[in-house]
Design a protein around this ligand. Sequence first.
Ligand code: GLP
Length: 249
Amino acid sequence: MAAGNLKIQVLDSADAVAAAASEFVIKAIAAKPKFVLGLATGSTPEKTYAKMAEANKAKKVSFAKVTTFNLDEYWGLDGDHDQSYRYFMNDRLFNHIDIRPWNTNVLNGAAVNPMLECAAYEQKILACGGVDLWLLGIGANGHIAFNEPGSPVDSRTRLVSLTQSTIDANSDGRFFKVAADVPRCALSAGIGTIRESRQIILLATGAGKADAIKAAVDGPFSPDCPASLLQDHPDCTFFIDKEAAAKLS
Ligand code: GLP
């Protein structure tokens, strides 16, 4: 299925989404070992990361020459905090694969100067030759990274405020236990930063993502649904399960 430039792969289950996404990443790295891989956090990619780690253990892929950049980090949490995205990535992926820790980049949520931190991140992406493939999730309100509705198409890495719906979604017990503990701000790659990736894959599973997927695929190209701003990307594939695809026309 294709909507505009988007390629849509509807799969039977969340497991099938993880299998397809990890295969996609593994093939891309096989074709270019010195790969620059963009990564996301959240529940959705966890199974994909487990499959990537399994493949690494089985020597089907090596991350030894791969450099990674993560999308975002909570403002005010340092990497040792168990809800920081640095901690998440170490725990779910980096500690289980042969990647060199110094080649993994996550924005520093405890940086003294957030503007400098964000500008340096953009510079580092450029210095690495740009991102080859960025793996994304999607929020129930259509956000990508922490680019909430209204984020400009040309936005760059910056300090952003989180919406109440995102704070609530991330404090439903999977991550934070109560909304009061969720930082109100984050450092996030911009929509412009993400759109410059040579390839993009977006993963979505479950009925809770059906409205966001509908708006991203069938809706207008609009900052009202940040994921819709991927519609004109030259090489972007959505891997979604049947439940997330349920409202597509
Ligand atoms: C957070 C992250 C996003 C992620 C979204 C959805 O807000 N910043 O990058 O896509 O959550 O997460 P989940 O996969 O847990 O639904």
